[in-house]
Design a protein around this ligand. Sequence first.
Ligand code: DGL
Length: 265
Amino acid sequence: MHNFNNKPIGFFDSGVGGLSVLSRFKKVLPNESTIYYGDTIHLPYGNKTKKELIGYARNIMNFMLKKGVKAVIIACNTSSAQAYDTIKNEYDVPIYPIIQSCSKIIAQNKLKKIGIFATEATVMSGKYTEELKKYNSEIQVKEIASKNWVGIVENSITDIDAAKKHIRYELEEMLLFNPDKIILGCTHYPYLMNEFVKYAPKDIFVDPAEIFVDYLKDDLSSRELLNNGVDSSDRMEQFYVTSSPADFVKNAKIFYDVKNSPILV
Ligand code: DGL
């Protein structure tokens, strides 16, 4: 069957981080075809300017449209914070940014104090605070830019002492704020959970990927965009990267089983 609903859904991030969203998405919506784009040549996004991030997002959107996607998921907090508002009306497909899609749901949980760990560019945008306060003006938010965490995840070096020290230092600073919940506001950070739980209970951490995917399911369904699953024989999964495909596969290994070799764009 070849109809519009069989078209793929695009996902993008600067690297392997967005695989945390893709992985959850595949569990909840296994009938969907997907295209994942890791913009690894520009990694990390967290220290890039707004102008650069808008440029990357436009390139990726144009790529996705050429591939015939039916929707695009911005599986990257930094792009959601810095690029989404500018590009959101430039394309004819629905675009889902992780921060804006999740904040309403998180804010409605009647929490008083929320901590956010995110990249420098996300924290500088103030997007999480802005979005959370839109739905709960009383909420207190503390955002901390965790400068080294993306590199720790991308290079799979969670085990080295210097990495552990960075994680502990920033977590201790956050815990002084006494948050009800801590949002892992960068798609790379859930991969550091084994370290986080040494200092705080697991249920204090919120991986927005879980909330995001539930939201995506509802919204795609209400727009009648989901694959009906009657014939999934042409379901596909593709990966594209902008630098070494071999490194991507290696770094992705502990997070996602990348079965099809990524294609270098
Ligand atoms: N994983 C991305 C995010 O959610 C960006 C990380 C980076 O490249 O700095 O913000």
